[in-house]
Design a protein around this ligand. Sequence first.
Ligand code: NAD
Length: 495
Amino acid sequence: MSLITESKELLPINIGGEMRLGGGDESATLYPATGEVVARLRAPSLADVDEAIARADQAFRTSGWAQRKPHERAAVLYRVASLIRERAEPLAQRQRLDNGKPITETRNLVASAAGTFQFFASACETLEETITPSRGDFMTMSVYEPMGVVAAITPWNSPIASEAQKVAPALAAGNAVVIKPAEATPLMALELAAICEEAGVPKGLISVLPGRGSVIGDAITKHPLVKRVSFTGGTSTGKHIAHIAADKMMPVSLELGGKSATMVLDDADLDHAVNGVLYGIFSSSGEACIAGSRLFVARKLYGEFMERLATRTAALRVGDPADERTQMGPLITARHRESVERYVELGLSEGANLRTGGVRPQGAVYERGYYYAPTILEGIKNTDQICQQEIFGPVLVAMPFDNEDDLLAQANDSLYALAAGIWTRDYKRAWRIGRAVQAGTVWINTYKQFSISTPFGGWRDSGLGREKGRLGILQYMEQKSLYWGLNEQPLAWAN
Ligand code: NAD
């Protein structure tokens, strides 16, 4: 595996198991820290999309993958996990080039992808089909079947981990998978598909179709042979996909945006809370759906807490993603940085005070990359647009609150409901607020921690459906009920 492709050489993509150049537009993926070309490729044409899906359907029907015993499919997925671990370092380095995250983070993402394959291998071989209580002279069973071709559409912020989260359960369930990675980060999906084939997933069962979402993603979603879409990305794209799915009567899962509330109560352990808030918003440069981007601090602590937070924010190590000490790398593209800058301007126009950041950092290291300083805005109301819209960058909005009712009213006043964080020493308050806050995931005295065995997803505009968890595999299966007649006599009605 080479780390940087010759800039003029076009990278083949995986069309139905065949590695070849796509027939669509040429594009380049850039290293966000320097703007250098990492790889060039040509997106698939619409004919390539049709071909890949037809081949996936054929592989689903004829390769025998779906018919393999669960422990046999699991053995292949365990091999995928091992191969990812064997190549962890080159994969993490390639991922760093693909999306500019610090190397310490990309190592975690690669490890997470391996863990996901291992987990769904074991979910696959231990999945139970049940005999349900019968109400007559028959035995009733609930069983699960694979769906056929399923699509995994992913964003650019956590490649390989988000792809693994969809591909592993989809394959474990016996399906074929078409991966549509984000335009900016096509490389890790290609690596992952190659590893799956090397581990023994039949050729053609996986395709990787990078390219423009509105063209390639749309064509995949609308394709009649695609039986399910698992989507992670922005809320407006998710709603568009949901409309298409409604027309096709196709199940979808939608992991969408967030504007998650972090709440620091007046009895919080401040050392823990400061570290947790910093990590929650500024790790991954804030390019995380679960970023704790709306901060509420008990009024009596507000001054002291914000002083500590702002000082520590200004001291974060922003810089070269290859440096193991770096805490924040660049943003994904120049365009995305401009979008973050526009949001900060919006906040200022709404009357926000800039506590720290709000600029592109200066210095030789930053000259060519898409860097933006970690930023805190204060003096705004939760109803302001800057507090309601997802920025998806290193920008925190901070507000004081007066009491629990006030806190909950503000925290829940958002279209999004993906995650929340609570910092308190009082477990009863944590329980009360943890149950009352509307969010798919609530962290108490910690933040942005994940376990593949725990379901993940959002409420309201943050999404539909759940990923992860042992039963995550069922999202990629159709349930079927079997009735086994045990009558000694023919059914009486016809007599
Ligand atoms: P995006 O919605 O622009 O793109 C996501 C993916 O969808 C990309 O592969 C894109 O090419 C594709 N796409 C775009 N238009 C499409 C269409 N019409 N039909 C089908 N596919 C289409 O999102 P993004 O900018 O890549 O990612 C950022 C967003 O993702 C943020 O809102 C973030 O919160 C969200 N996100 C959510 C989670 C989660 O688990 N909830 C995780 C990561 C990111």
